[in-house]
Write a protein that binds this ligand. Structure first.
Ligand SMILES: NC(=O)c1ccc[n+]([C@@H]2O[C@H](COP(=O)([O-])OP(=O)(O)OC[C@H]3O[C@@H](n4cnc5c(N)ncnc54)[C@H](OP(=O)(O)O)[C@@H]3O)[C@@H](O)[C@H]2O)c1
Length: 286
């Protein structure tokens, strides 16, 4: 495959940073972005082009940023919507503004950046949009509702994008990682609200303890994750000779949790089938 030009959001740590390193190692070109350019100095020295990009910026400003990105190498072939953070807290402990901010970054950021690039990909009738979802897009855990909601939202919005733009030559991939050792759960990046409501105190304390002990002890290796995504986009390695799926979970926990959710859903459909199918007008019941 000839060399690709990648554009990635949230490159200062975790998957984003690893994407930059792995892309350079495969000989592709990368435009690495972050909210703070100074956080990308080491990646620039390694050979990445860098741009300041905050996914919560206005649609107009993001269009200008994407235009700048396209001008660097004359094109962008692959966009990875990677930037996100986790807001922890119950429905009652988080403010409405906390939910808004969570969706602003994780969902509306993805929408705005993708919309800014789509005309370029459509004109060229080629390109790949990768969105980083999560196993949390399948399962709503207590105290993680805001984050789960954003990842569930991506499932629907990005699936529609895939169906809309496949006929135009654009590929879309939705990756659903389990728990990987990045900075997602670090004190720096995690936005956690401990419950101030006695009814949730035990659950909240347990969750906070669990998140703190899980940080930097996650089973998933971000290098392996990123290398698989590169294989999928470049149709090589593990993806060689395979039809590329739209949706791919990555990680043992993601596999197990999604399988369990599918089985639970099939069980529900079986047990309640007669009731579920009983709602047509009489002459339309089958
Ligand atoms: N690690 C996991 O276990 C896991 C599991 C499932 C899904 N994911 C997903 O993987 C993706 C990457 O996360 P990660 O695990 O690599 O965590 P991470 O190390 O915390 O990286 C997240 C990145 O998002 C960027 N970011 C946050 N808000 C931003 C904004 N408004 N505009 C631009 N960039 C912003 C941050 O970059 P700057 O501060 O430099 O802007 C940061 O580099 C996320 O979508 C996350 O939901 C991760």
């Amino acid at each position: 495959m000839s060399s690709l030009v990648w554009l990635i959001t949230g490159c200062s740590s975790g998957f984003g940073e690893q994407f930059v390193r792995s892309i350079l190692a495969r000989g592709d070109k990368i435009i690495a972005t972050s909210r703070k350019l100074e956080k990308l100095k080491h990646l620039e020295q390694a050979g990445a082009a860098v741009l300041q990009l905050d996914v919560t910026d206005s649609q107009e400003n993001l269009r200008n940023t994407i235009a700048k990105a396209i001008s660097i190498y004359g094109r962008v072939d692959v966009l990875v919507n990677n930037a996100a953070y986790i807001a922890i807290g119950t429905w009652e402990d988080l403010e409405y503004e906390d939910f808004l901010a969570q969706f602003e970054t994780n969902v509306f950021g993805t929408i705005k950046v993708t919309r800014a690039l789509l005309p370029h990909l459509r004109d060229r009738r080629t390109g790949t949009i990768v969105c980083i979802g999560s196993r949390s897009g399948w399962s709503g855990d207590p105290g993680v509702g805001a984050y789960s909601g954003t990842k569930f939202a991506l499932e629907g919005i990005v699936e529609s994008l895939w169906r809309e733009t496949t006929p135009l030559g654009i590929k879309t991939l939705l990756i659903e990682p389990g728990r990987f050792r990045t900075k997602l759960l670090s004190a720096e990046n995690l936005k956690a609200t401990v419950s101030a409501i006695p009814d949730y105190a035990d659950m909240s304390r347990t969750l906070m303890g669990h998140l703190a002990s899980e940080d930097q002890a996650q089973q998933g290796d971000p290098v392996k994750h990123v290398e698989i995504v590169l294989d999928l986009v470049r149709q090589e390695g593990v993806a060689c000779d395979k039809a590329i799926p739209f949706r791919l979970p990555l990680g043992v926990d993601s596999f197990d949790d999604i399988k369990a959710k599918c089985e639970e859903t099939l069980e529900l459909l079986k047990e309640w089938e007669a009731v579920i199918r009983s709602t047509n007008y009489e002459d339309k019941n089958q």
